[in-house]
Design a protein around this ligand. Structure first.
Ligand SMILES: *Cc1c(COP(=O)(O)O)cnc(C)c1O
Length: 363
């Protein structure tokens, strides 16, 4: 008999399923299912990572000082309050481990990022999903769900997979309505892409409050998803906690070096953001013109709503696009079975998607 068993909660976790990479029988499909940048990383980041490979026998700087300083300089932050991780996923795990006791509750919005239930259940705590309004997080609903057991509120802003966002006024209202012992985790993975005057990623709230953390990633606009690099901006007390429980060398040297070069290459970021702004608007317009629902997005992807009509459903569209070498993301697991998520791609990929959708919709 097997006597070993994991802690409570773990066997309730549905393993995270990433964006599909391939379609059977289709050579060289275009992957538009994981919100990766079509421009790739800064060539300077690639050079820096390659150069770092020449001294693999040496441990990294466990404090990631040079990287924290580069991030601090770029975003105007206090380097001492930045904690780096192997992707922001690691930081989300650490926050849950540190601040959730067994039986505590963490709140996320109905169609929020699926890493939140994973990290919450891994801490033997309970995830509470609250309804959204127009596929957007609803501050009143989140506040109404707050109980004596609530310890964390996870908010992806903008949210994946919907692409919608809360303006700063709403995020502030959310924080003001939370008890002081509830940690607000603002996951701003797509912050660099947002072109809205009423948006703020979280820096201001972290600077002025003890119960707000902002997480960021190098996986999206910086194009370093394979390197696994993320960071959190924290109150000093939270940074201290994370630094006690993280792996002492949780960020590898090539990732660190690539990250430093990437934040310093502003021209490359500007190019990626400009590309996204142009093609996100174009895709939204073209897809709406086909009679499909294009959920208003401020990120580098778009949720597309399909009708229930036989033959025209999201599942059928997914198969049809796949057969044409275009891989989108089913978001049924996010409670959105009639939607597919499309990552903004190269000009060529975007045009192929619209042409294929036209054909699919018989337009
Ligand atoms: C992609 C994404 C991340 C980034 O995860 P990494 O572990 O840094 O690659 C975090 N949050 C959301 C909402 C995302 O979509």
């Amino acid at each position: 008999m097997n006597k070993i068993s994991p802690r409570a909660g773990i066997l309730d976790i549905a393993p995270y399923v990433g964006g599909r990479e391939s379609v059977e029988g289709v050579a060289n499909p275009v992957k538009l299912s994981a919100n990766e940048t079509p421009l790739g990383p800064s060539p300077k980041a690639v050079e820096a990572a390659k150069a770092a490979l020449s001294s693999m026998e040496r441990y990294p700087d466990g404090g990631a000082k040079a990287l924290r300083e580069a991030i601090a300089a770029k975003y105007g932050l206090d380097a001492a309050r930045i904690v780096c991780g192997a992707g922001s996923d690691e930081l989300l795990h650490l926050l849950a481990q540190a601040y959730l006791n067994p039986g505590d509750e963490a709140i996320a919005s109905a169609h929020g990022f699926l890493v939140y239930p994973i990290v919450t259940k891994a801490a033997d705590a309970k995830i509470v999903f609250v309804p959204e309004t127009n596929l957007t997080a609803d501050v009143d609903a989140i506040l109404a769900a707050q109980t004596a057991s609530t310890r964390i509120v996870f908010l992806a802003n903008p949210n994946n997979p919907t692409g919608t966002y809360l303006p700063f006024s709403e995020v502030k209202r959310l924080r003001e309505g939370l008890r002081e012992d509830v940690l607000l985790v603002l996951d701003a993975a797509y912050a660099e892409y947002v072109r809205r005057n009423d948006y703020e990623a979280g820096i201001e709230l972290v600077a002025t409050h003890e119960n707000v953390v902002m997480t960021r990633t190098f996986s999206k606009v910086y194009g370093l998803a394979a390197m696994r690099l993320g960071w959190a901006y924290c109150p000093a007390s939270v940074a201290d906690v994370l630094n006690r429980i993280r792996g002492p060398f949780n960020v590898n040297v090539p990732a660190m070096m690539a990250g430093i070069a990437a934040v310093e290459d502003q021209a490359h970021i500007d190019k990626a953001v400009a590309h996204n702004e142009k093609w996100l608007a174009w895709l939204t317009e073209e897809i709406s013109a086909l009679g499909l629902e294009a959920v208003p997005s401020v990120a580098n992807f778009l949720a597309i709503g399909f009708p229930e009509t036989k033959g025209k459903t999201a599942a059928k569209a997914d198969a049809f696009l796949g057969s044409r070498g275009l891989i989108l993301r089913s978001i049924a697991s996010y409670g959105l079975p009639s939607y597919l998520r499309l990552t903004v791609g190269t000009e060529e990929a975007n045009k192929r998607v619209v042409a294929a959708l036209k054909e699919f919709m018989d337009k």
